[in-house]
Design a protein around this ligand. Structure first.
Ligand SMILES: Cc1ncc(COP(=O)(O)O)c(C=O)c1O
Length: 302
């Protein structure tokens, strides 16, 4: 199976897609990206693209902020993605990376008077945090985000610093705080706590990306388990006293957190609510739950 990309309006092999070293976005992070999962169902021999439209809606919003003219409608972007996945033909879980970027080979910090381009690549990718339960550390790097609602490339430098700091200190993932010290999110995931049988997660104004997996989790918890989610600022000490904790993200799915700063969360095992949500989520994203099939786009023809 070879990897193709959609690049300069064509499908070409990954190895042939190149950009010049003066490309503006390489220097200043002037780009918007998305991360979309294609989940392989071996029984159905199908790849389901999860909440495809919502990812492109978020990308359109990001492009609006960065003055990037994304020359495709959301519908077209979905169709191009399906075409690409078909062309690649992977039979395993994949990750799809659309990128809209300032493509002019021109230096200078700005967003105006630059050309825009768009690419999509698809690649096999299994578990993002390759552990059953993650050990996390609160990062010394804070979330400075003023524009948290989209995946703007340049904003990710803080997340990269936080992740590498956590790995260097022997942990699996970093938990970043807001500038005023409240819990924000992981370097590539949103965070949830279970406190007294309810889910608690940072609110939209706590420097978080409004994750699509976060939204899915809130809906599944409510509809399938009757569990309410409270969106509010979370103090750092609440992390250590939570009954359960987990991370959510397109790449990471739902990943339980066993420890934070070497302090066990609950008994350090995967909690009941976390485990139920994990099972529900993994069924939903692989097209096994008829109630949520409208979130799944089948890439391969039957
Ligand atoms: C910083 C950050 N927060 C949260 C998320 C989760 O967002 P989503 O569930 O839409 O993938 C991501 C995903 O990449 C992320 O990078």
């Amino acid at each position: 199976m070879s990897s193709y990309v959609y690049f300069r309006q064509q499908f070409i092999p990954l190895a042939e897609a190149k950009i010049g070293i003066m490309t503006n976005s390489l220097h200043y992070g002037t780009a918007v990206f998305e991360g979309i999962r294609g989940n392989w169902s071996s029984e159905q021999r199908q790849i389901y693209l999860f909440r495809l439209e919502e990812h492109y809606q978020r990308m359109h919003q990001g492009c609006q902020v960065l003055n990037i003219n994304l020359a495709h409608t959301i519908d077209e972007l979905c169709q191009i993605t399906i075409e690409l996945v078909k062309k690649c033909g992977f039979q395993e879980d994949i990750y799809i990376r659309p990128l809209a970027y300032k493509s002019s080979e021109a230096l200078g910090v700005r967003l105006h008077n630059l050309e825009d381009d768009f690419l999509i690549l698809a690649m096999p990718w299994g578990r993002y945090l390759d552990v059953d339960k993650a050990r996390c550390a609160v990062s010394s790097w804070r979330c400075p985000k003023e524009i948290p609602r989209a995946k703007l490339s340049g904003l990710y430098i803080n997340n990269a610093l936080a992740k590498t700091e956590a790995i260097g200190n022997g942990f699996d993932e970093a938990i970043m705080l807001t500038l005023d010290g409240y819990v924000a999110e992981g370097s590539g995931e949103n965070i949830f706590l279970v406190i007294n049988g309810k889910l608690v997660t940072p609110a939209s104004y706590n420097s978080i990306l409004m994750g699509i997996t976060r939204d899915t989790t809130i809906k599944l918890a409510k509809n399938e388990l009757g569990i309410e989610t409270i969106e509010r600022p979370i103090e750092r000490t609440e992390l250590y006293n939570a009954d359960e904790c987990f991370l959510t993200g397109t790449a990471a799915n739902i990943t339980p957190v066993a420890e934070i700063d070497r302090c066990k969360i609950g008994n350090g095992e995967i909690g009941d609510i976390t485990s139920k949500l994990q099972q529900l989520y993994s069924g939903v994203i692989r097209g096994n739950n008829p109630k949520y099939l409208n979130w799944c786009t089948a890439a391969y023809q039957k």
